[in-house]
Design a protein around this ligand. Structure first.
Ligand SMILES: Cc1cc2nc3c(=O)[nH]c(=O)nc-3n(C[C@H](O)[C@H](O)[C@H](O)COP(=O)(O)O)c2cc1C
Length: 182
């Protein structure tokens, strides 16, 4: 069995993603495991929106509407087709006197990171993407978000072509820069 440390060391984002994507039944238990993300007061201030097949066009068209570049419209619409499954990560803040918005956003961010790790460990390819129109009105509308909700971007998910599977070495961490003591 892989340890959490091994899974992290092996995790890589993949930008080239092809069919198949995890089915709703394969995705569900991984999302259910997100109850383990640290969450002040257990507010669960997040939700995910699956886009598969033609549903991805709704996102592509919203990105194109937001960009307002008619000559690039078709290219922008295609951006949403870079993976067979696109999962929008939504911060869905709850009312709380104790837990400010930034803490709730940290929970949603944790979900995106940990779900990416679980998908990677399960053999799927994932990359977290955003873009300058992530928080645009057109994109907000297309996802049918509530007034108080906003996106952290999308996890693009699918299968990794064999030649892209090799884990490239990472630049080691300059530890004293990131870990010190008072
Ligand atoms: C919030 C967030 C937004 C990101 N947006 C993009 C993006 O729009 N395009 C992109 O190529 N990478 C984006 N990345 C980076 C990739 O997800 C990925 O981390 C990067 O390609 C490095 O690969 P690695 O995860 O294997 O280290 C984003 C990462 C985060 C956390």
């Amino acid at each position: 069995m892989t340890t959490a440390l091994e899974a992290l060391e092996l995790r890589r984002s993949h930008s080239k993603l092809v069919d198949p994507a995890p089915s709703p039944e394969q995705l569900a238990p991984l999302v259910a495991a997100m109850t383990s993300v640290a969450d002040h007061s257990g507010l669960r201030p997040w939700r995910l929106i699956e886009m598969r097949g033609d549903a991805r066009t709704i996102l592509g068209e919203a990105l194109a509407d937001a960009a307002e570049k008619p000559d690039k419209r078709e290219k922008l619409i295609k951006k949403a087709e870079r993976a067979p499954l696109v999962l929008a990560v939504v911060v869905s803040p709850r009312k709380s006197d104790k837990v400010p918005l930034w803490e709730q956003e940290a929970v949603a961010s944790g979900v995106a990171h940990l779900l990416s790790l679980l998908l990677d460990e399960a053999g799927w390819g994932v990359i977290w993407r955003t873009g300058s129109h992530t928080r645009s009105a057109a994109v907000h509308r297309a996802h049918q978000l509530g007034e108080h909700e906003y996106l952290l971007g999308w996890l693009y998910i699918g299968s990794v072509p064999d030649q892209d599977r090799r884990a490239k070495p990472r630049k080691p961490l300059d530890l004293p820069k990131h870990l010190s003591a008072l």
